[in-house]
Design a protein around this ligand. Structure first.
Ligand code: SF4
Ligand code: FES
Length: 1006
């Protein structure tokens, strides 16, 4: 057993349902057994103030495993320590395990219930800080995940170190005090506003801010500076849904909840690689599918993503044709008589005009199938499934939103639900799966350039009056501000002179990202608040402000199903880092707005936000959390996850919206929206024949500032790549595993070619995560056209015409080293955090005059007496060298004229060895097979470090046919399950290729 664990007794020494008391490191610990599971809590009962809990009875209380106080009527959760009867009371929970028939306990560290900082599923996390090492588990009581986490969530404990943290304010690269930095920011903003007016300044914030941070930023900008120039990176992922929902429902309101995915009989996943981007939700769907094989799942995506593993039907539509597809469905539903006439008549407006527009663009199934590039039989099967199932959920994500027709795509989906009345009831409705952890919280406080706080509208004078009066603010923005793309364009044109960027990295994530650099260069003042000392954007900051990050800050977030959860701190603030709300308030006070920003805690801010949501709201606005106003500090601290609206009448929150058929337009009716289809703004053609699609991969998050720290997460897909169909790769002479240049009219990059078999002909996929801090030429944002949806302002990340051509190099190689330098001097490189060292994949166009000189330099073995061993075969252009210091491997490098090189994972294990032996030295220079064991291959299961080759071998040797058998054999897939789709694919569960035509035939916007 590892360090810190104490053996208590044998399992059979404790009767099931009973407890024992043990003294562990001076703590009285109560250890309980329920069947074969064991739990450990403090023995001290805060209700009776006595060490008696081990004598309490254990059992089930409303689905929660609890122990009863033997003296009072209180219970304590065995997993969280929470007291259901009294939120003020709780006990510490300790780790307990059964191993070799014995019960082991590890004490220390309070378990804190918090929320994952990554995707919009919003999973509850139990975090425990034990002497600086953070242990993570899923929160079994959180209704978003019921204890499950994905690979990213489980690795959170590996990402909380202080390496690369920004710990002190800086002005022009020099360390400054907080007073100096805050004075400088407020003075400069005040000066620029005085000289050029409020429209000359802007905030650019993030869907990863907490609601309280967002609230203060929005209040300062719209109510006190007096401009709506505050936009957010949520513009890049959710804005089309916001616009679509506002048009259809009268408010940006998601009608559905996660439970609907379990109640539906048909789930349609559109433009959503749920398996990778919302993995815990995907597990929930797949468990339901296992339980109810009749549950039908349709995936609509140009790529055959891992999500398709679950699909009964995959429609690989041509990129950008979703509106034709759903217009065709709308017309089909009408033809088939699947219309809910009563619902349409009583609760909607505009059905006939929307139907006319749909019919005009989607004459019949054959026409639609041709435009969408799918088989007509499959298309008709999909339409038939929709018509036949009452309980249907259409879940959609970035594949729908990130389009120049994104808002129409959203409305074309909603139209189909309105026509069939499938909304507002269990198991049905359109369901936007949010990308970021708090994209929805940001929308609630109005943190976008075209919204006001609490879902009020900037254009509505009554709403402006409500907000201004509530804030008692000197002014209020009266027109929409600049949306993200326009904002940076205005900076480039010199109209925006000062910008404050908070918690986001636009030099990587914006389209036409090189123009963002130029825009920042032109600004008089660039302030960046971030937790990292260096990213692609901090390089352009005049002022750097150290912000608190996950684990250190406190507040709330709202997930995809409108559920507000607490993010709680469990780590001390490092250095001089401060929460974003505090930084914003301090600047606001210095700008002369003191009393309005005199918040003492996030709880104060949340209270104001809750009160505002209920102000002037007699049911006119769905967003209402006034029921949470007036929480005591401990009430806020103990706040349980709850779905808005939460009013005094509905204190337990609301699972679904629009249950009474009443929508948020003034007449209470939903709107059908005409959606005449149009193709992407730029079509592929002779010069740029491919459609470039960008997106996320399973184990990374955004620009990798957090997930990139975890060696485990780096292993599944360690390098930036371009995924292309094998035939396209053949035609362009770009070979799998070698380098290729991807070029668009806006920029270019060099990445490894990958032919995963997931991609259709004519399309290429590049992940969005890599940047100049971890790769030489891999910022895909620089290639993406900055075309936006005319209504939502969301960029077209999924469709940029591109060219792919080989990037010939003289040599390929990799370097493993204990030292980490930012950029080796080679033609191409990628840096990867490996388990025992830092790994660089490298390639060069120049042959060095002497490999020895080059190698010594690269490995840092410049001292002539260094223990440096090398092997060179000049004719084969093969070079290997290792640098050994005091018997330990310090660094090694492998160079060859081909891209396939020895297994890096096996070699990296040598860095664990305290003294390399003669055999290791020899093997380092010969075959590379220096460590016992077979090459595991690229990592599939991050939780148990199981590679593709290992899984393949096990399948073959043991004739495995099911994922459960692979799990039993290798444990792969038995923890978070994020790897299950890939294991299933290795078992042969998915077809090898998909037929689809290219997108060159699509009409252009004129
Ligand atoms: S699915 Fe994964 S990334 Fe998303 S919130 Fe849950 S644990 Fe975090
Ligand atoms: S990646 Fe978590 S179980 Fe495989």
């Amino acid at each position: 057993m590892s360090e810190g664990w104490t053996h208590i007794c044998d399992l059979h020494d404790v009767m099931p349902g009973a407890g024992v008391c043990a003294l562990v490191e001076g703590h009285q610990v109560a250890v309980f057994r329920m069947a074969d599971a064991v739990f450990a809590l403090d023995n001290f009962d805060p209700a009776s103030q006595a060490n008696v809990l081990s004598r309490g009875l254990v059992g089930d209380l409303k689905g929660e495993r609890v122990v009863a106080s033997p003296l009072f009527k209180h219970h304590y959760s065995l997993t969280t320590g929470r007291c259901p009867e009294d939120p003020e009371k709780s006990v510490h929970v300790h780790r307990a395990r059964v191993l070799d028939g014995g019960i082991w306990v590890k004490v220390g560290g309070e378990t804190v219930r918090t929320t994952c900082p990554y995707c919009g599923v919003g999973c509850g996390v139990l975090a425990r800080n034990i002497k600086g090492s953070v242990e993570i588990a899923g929160d079994p009581l959180h209704p978003a995940n019921f204890g499950a986490l994905c690979s990213k969530g489980y690795a959170l404990g590996e990402t909380v170190g202080l390496d690369d943290r920004l710990l002190h304010p800086q002005i022009n690269g020099k360390k400054a005090t907080w007073d100096e930095a805050l004075d400088h920011v407020s003075d400069e903003f005040t000066r620029i506003i005085a000289e050029h007016g409020p429209e000359s300044v802007a905030f650019y914030v993030s869907g990863q801010l907490l609601t309280e941070d967002y609230y203060v930023a929005n209040k300062l900008m719209k109510g006190y500076v007096g401009t709506a120039n505050i936009d957010t990176n949520s513009r890049l992922c959710m804005a089309s849904t916001v616009a679509g929902q506002r048009r259809a429902f009268g408010e940006d309101a998601v009608p559905t909840c996660y439970e609907d995915l379990q109640l539906a009989d048909l789930i349609i996943l559109v433009g959503s690689n749920t398996a990778w981007c919302h993995p815990v939700l995907f597990r929930r769907i797949s468990s339901e599918k296992e339980r109810r094989p009749d549950l039908k799942i349709v995936v609509i995506d140009p790529r055959r993503t891992p999500t398709c593993e679950l699909a009964d039907l995959h429609l690989p539509v041509r990129a950008g044709t979703d509106v034709w597809l759903f217009n065709g469905l709308l017309a089909y539903l009408q033809r088939q008589g699947a219309v809910d006439e009563a619902f349409v008549a009583n609760h909607t407006v505009g059905a006939s005009t929307a139907l006319e527009a749909a019919e005009a663009s989607a004459v019949d199934e054959a026409t639609v199938a041709k435009i969408c590039g799918v088989d007509v039989a499959r298309l008709t099967e999909f339409y038939g499934l929709f018509a036949a199932h009452e309980r249907v959920v259409t879940a959609f994500s970035q594949g729908v939103n990130q389009s120049s027709a994104g808002t129409d795509k959203v409305n074309s989906i909603i139209n189909c639900h309105l026509l069939t009345g499938r909304i507002g009831r269990p198991g049905m409705g359109p369901f936007s799966l949010t990308g970021q952890p708090n994209a929805m919280g940001g929308r609630e406080v109005g943190g976008m350039a075209n919204m006001l706080a609490a879902h009020m509208e900037l254009e509505n004078p009554d709403h402006r009056a409500i907000v201004q009066e509530f804030w008692d603010s000197p002014r209020i923005a009266s027109a929409a501000g600049l949306k993200a793309v326009d904002l940076f364009e205005a900076m480039g044109a010199g109209r925006i002179k000062a910008v404050w960027i908070i918690g986001t990295n636009p030099v990587v994530s914006m389209p036409e990202a090189d123009r963002v650099r130029a825009a920042l260069e032109r600004c008089e003042l660039v302030v960046v608040s971030d937790c990292v000392a260096k990213n692609d954007t901090t390089a352009y900051a005049h002022v750097l402000l150290p912000a608190a990050t996950w684990g250190e800050k406190d507040g709330t977030v709202t997930n995809s199903e409108r559920r507000i959860s607490r993010q709680r701190s469990f780590l001390d603030l490092p250095g001089e880092a401060r929460p974003d709300w505090w930084i914003l308030c301090e600047v606001a006070k210095r700008m002369g707005f003191g009393s309005a920003f005199d918040f003492r805690s996030p709880a104060d801010i949340f209270d104001e936000h809750a009160r505002l949501s209920g102000t002037g709201n007699e049911g006119e606005r769905a967003f209402n959390i006034s029921g949470l106003a007036g929480l005591s500090p401990s009430g806020y601290q103990q706040l349980e996850p709850v779905q808005w609206p939460i009013s005094k009448l509905h204190m337990r929150g609301s699972e679904r919206l629009f249950e009474d058929g009443r929508f948020m337009h003034p007449d209470g009716r939903a709107r059908f929206i005409e959606t005449p289809p149009r193709g992407p703004a730029h079509a592929a053609g002779d010069e740029f024949p491919f459609v470039l699609n960008t997106g996320r991969i399973r184990d990374q998050w955004h620009t990798m500032t957090r997930t990139g720290r975890s060696p485990r997460l780096a292993e599944n897909l360690p390098e930036p790549f371009v995924d292309m169909h094998p035939q396209d790769a053949l035609l362009t002479a770009a070979r799998d595993g070698e380098l290729a240049r991807v070029t668009t009219r806006w920029g270019s990059m060099v990445v490894r070619v990958r032919s995963s078999g997931e991609i259709a002909r004519g399309t290429v996929f590049v992940p969005m995560h890599w940047n100049d801090c971890n790769a030489s030429q891999a910022r895909v944002g620089a290639l993406v056209n900055a075309v936006v949806d005319g209504i939502s302002g969301e960029p077209e990340f999924k469709h940029t015409p591109a060219r792919v051509e080989p990037f010939p190099v003289e040599w390929y190689g990799f370097l493993l080293t204990r030292r980490s330098s930012s950029s080796p001097e080679v033609t191409w490189w990628t840096r990867i955090n490996a388990a025992n060292c830092t790994r660089y994949e490298i390639a060069g166009r120049e042959l060095p005059k002497s490999w020895t000189v080059w190698g010594r330099n690269v490995l840092g073995a410049t001292d002539s007496g260094a223990d440096y061993i090398e092997y060179e075969d000049a004719s084969a252009r093969s070079y290997r060298a290792a640098y050994i210091v005091d018997g330990r491997l310090e660094a090694c490098v492998y160079i060859a004229n081909r891209a396939d090189l020895p297994d890096r994972d096996l070699l990296s294990k040598l860095f664990r060895i305290e003294k390399v032996e003669a055999a290791h030295r020899m093997a380092l220079l010969t075959t590379g097979a220096v460590v016992e064991g077979e090459e595991p291959g690229p990592l599939v299961c991050s939780c148990f470090a199981v590679g593709r080759n290992t899984i393949r071998r096990a399948i073959e040797e043991h004739k495995l046919t099911a994922v459960s058998q692979v799990g039993a054999c290798l444990r792969a897939g038995t923890n978070c399950g994020s790897c299950l789709p890939e294991i299933k694919a290795l078992l042969g569960g998915v077809p090898k290729s998909i037929p689809v035509s290219t997108s060159t035939a699509l009409p252009l916007i004129t």
